[in-house]
Write a protein that binds this ligand. Structure first.
Ligand code: IVH
Length: 666
């Protein structure tokens, strides 16, 4: 029996490793997701039942789950150096001459690789198994981030050979698409966007919860192997590929420095179609004994150099500056440009940040401006060709009045941004606040969208979130695009949202600097909106992780009559503006005698809120799934083993929506 289990565990591991490799490195989906998940859950449950057969390189390690409070420091076996940079053909010729002189021969070859713009990683394998993964740190010592690195699907957890020790080095990165996806999510949630893929990759690798890292689909290109007995860098790359490391095919052997230049030129445009940002080419001597002969300075190898591409820039005409009004009333100037090709995309707009930036550049209408794409996704204007300026060209003066409602703009002492103070009467601010209110991560009212909000606003039916609760069927049914079902859904959606817990409501109010996490912290501390609204600056900053900027914003919000009124109206409508204390808040006994297991990630409630709700309605929360269990409340990313067990035992599974309905209607 146990032989069979061991064999099945091996079989499943091999299959899953193979599927992973095909999927992540060769972009080849061998089996449907559902089959993959089924096999993975079988493996998880076998490993749970027979931990003695769980292998350190099991594919189950990829899903994360370990929490690391502090990353231990590790010393690198050999220092992680940097590369010296060059920017011109002359520098390259000089490098080539130094090589010739150092080797006293012309008999050498180069390998050219792209310079990946990510986070350097050192991967140490002992007896063929990934043992320690570390950051570069100061070059001598880095942080041990093994748990997080194990979630990177393209890094082998083991190799099929029993080598006592070797180290692979490479660059972890967040694919551009994944970065854009995360930022779109952030934008929708009204959260601050991430600056660039590199910083995001670096921040992700330092997260404490490895299951969150696992969701962020990092990748890693490998560019070196420290192992004796290998003759050339090319052989090292080939060996790494055989062991299924992700070595991109973009490297090339070059016999002369002229061939190197050709490679650099070829890849200047081709590199933009790669899934990650690259900022140059790394040129390395191919032969390892020649590398050793050339040696190192204290900072970098003498046998390699980086050629850095100039950050790409293009000249185009500034057509005009337009202004966007955000939900907080902040005004963002945007340069409208004559379309121009830049780093593989057509650019028509560039961010100008604020009035200072326009002054700094001394922008005039019709100016020829230089746009550049740095690490950031949105291009920026880096300069103006003054010689090309038309004498009559009109200087761009920052607007004095709101482009949407005509109110005179204000700019607070010491602040860079202009604001439209017409909070209650400026359409994009009103709609922006309501869009934020209904967002999936806030009140999660999916029966409403931005277009419907605008329609309702234009028809004079709503001007703040409280109005949404007062909408009547008769008012809606007469509107264009509304039918009986959509009108009823909207009304029901609003009703359901009164069940949303207070932390989400507080986030939904859209108080400046109060994101989802800050809202949770504030609620945890103050419990009710009354207490929060009366809190002094000192009381607010005394809360862990609440700084003065947030505290001032909260005080400012609650000092305004319109906000007090809004909150009073929301309260009238039954919106949750306090957290329920679990002990003495027996709301009903509708769940008495029922047991629940909670598993996965939820959008409507936090886990604690779910637990409290169950208890407050008389139910019991248990941790393990058994045949006696009444309900499994299943969220996103629920562990496959739980899923399988519940299915096997025929336990009823409900999602959070169904749960919400259950506590309302039973
Ligand atoms: S070889 C002695 N190859 O660039 C260092 N490095 O400035 C030898 N990098 O921290 C490194 N792409 O993380 C090498 N194809 C590549 C690279 C690469 C990016 C990074 C690396 C290192 C930095 C050196």
């Amino acid at each position: 029996m146990s032989d069979k289990v061991e064999q099945r565990i091996k079989e499943l591991s091999d299959l899953l490793h193979h599927y992973n490799h095909e999927y992540y490195q060769n972009h080849n989906s061998v089996v449907p997701d559902i089959t993959f998940d089924k096999l993975l859950s079988e493996l998880i449950s076998l490993e749970e039942q027979h931990p003695q057969f769980k292998h350190p390189d099991s594919p189950t390690q990829r899903v994360g789950g370990t929490i690391t409070k502090e990353f231990p420091t590790v010393s690198h076996k050999t220092p992680m150096l940097s590369l010296s940079n060059t920017y011109s053909w002359e520098d390259l010729d000089d490098f080539d001459k130094r090589i010739q002189k150092g080797l006293e021969t012309t008999d050498y070859e180069y390998i050219c690789e792209l310079k990946y713009d990510g986070v350097a990683l050192s991967l140490s394998y002992e007896n063929g198994i990934l043992n320690v993964a570390a950051t570069r740190g100061d070059g001598k010592q880095g942080d041990d981030i093994t748990h997080n690195v194990k979630t990177i699907q393209s890094i082998p957890l083991s190799i099929p050979e029993d080598i006592p020790f070797f180290e692979a080095r490479g660059e972890a990165f967040l694919p551009r698409k994944e970065f854009e996806r995360i930022n779109q999510e952030k934008e929708k949630a009204g959260e601050e966007k991430l600056a660039n893929p590199r910083n995001t990759a670096s921040g992700t690798l330092k997260m404490q919860d490895s299951s969150v890292v696992a969701q962020r689909k990092l990748d890693c290109y490998i560019y070196s192997l420290n192992l004796g007995g290998i003759a050339t860098h090319e052989d090292a790359l080939e060996q790494l590929k055989k062991w299924k490391f992700n070595v991109p095919d973009s490297y090339q052997k070059c016999k002369t420095i002229e061939e190197v230049k050709k490679y650099i030129q070829d890849w200047d445009t081709k590199r933009h179609s790669l899934p990650l940002d690259t900022d140059g080419v790394v040129i390395k001597i191919n032969n390892i004994s020649q590398q050793e002969q050339l040696g190192y300075t204290s900072k970098s190898p003498r046998w390699a150099i980086a050629y850095k591409y100039a950050s790409e820039s293009a000249a185009t005409e500034l057509l005009e500056v337009s202004y966007q009004v955000g939900r907080t009333g902040s005004i963002t100037p945007v340069a409208q440009l004559a379309p121009v090709q830049l780093a593989g995309t057509t650019v028509q707009r560039a961010s100008l940040h604020n009035a200072n930036e326009i002054d700094r550049l001394d922008l005039h209408v019709g100016d020829t401006v230089f746009v550049e794409k740095g690490g950031e996704i949105i291009p920026k204007i880096t300069g103006v060709d003054h010689s090309a300026r038309n004498e009559q060209a009109q200087k761009i003066d920052f607007i004095t009045h709101c482009p949407e409602c005509g109110t005179a703009l204000v700019r607070k002492e010491g602040e860079a941004n202009h604001y439209c103070p017409n909070t209650l009467g400026c359409k994009p601010q009103i709609l922006g606040r309501m869009e934020h209110y209904i967002h999936r991560k806030a009140m999660n009212i999916d029966s409403l969208g931005p277009e419907t909000l605008e329609q309702l606003f234009d028809n004079g039916l709503i001007k703040n979130p409280a109005d949404l609760y007062r909408l009547q069927f008769d008012q809606l049914i007469n509107l264009e695009r509304f039918g009986e079902t959509s009108a009823n859904n909207l009304i029901q959606g609003m009703k359901n949202s009164t069940q949303i817990a207070f932390p989400k409501v507080l986030f939904a109010l859209g108080i400046r600097y109060v994101g989802a996490t800050v809202a949770e912290k504030l609620v945890e501390h103050f419990k009710t909106i009354e207490k929060l609204s009366e809190a002094t600056l000192e009381e607010l900053v005394a809360v862990h992780e609440i700084g003065e900027r947030i505290a001032e914003s909260v005080i400012d919000y609650f000092s305004k009559a319109e906000n007090k009124e809004l909150i009073a109206h929301l309260k009238e409508q039954g919106v949750q503006l306090a957290i329920e204390e679990s002990e003495n808040k027996q709301v009903s006994n509708s769940l008495t005698g029922k047991t629940f297991v909670i598993s996965g990630v939820f959008t409507l409630y936090s886990r604690t809120e779910l637990q409290n709700l169950i208890k407050n309605h008389g139910g019991k929360v248990v941790s393990s799934i058994s045949a006696k269990l009444d309900f499994l409340v299943a969220g996103d990313k629920m562990g496959p083993s739980k899923l399988e067990k519940a299915t096997k035992l025929g336990v009823k599974m409900i999602n959070e929506q169904e749960f919400a309905e259950m506590i309302q209607t039973i």
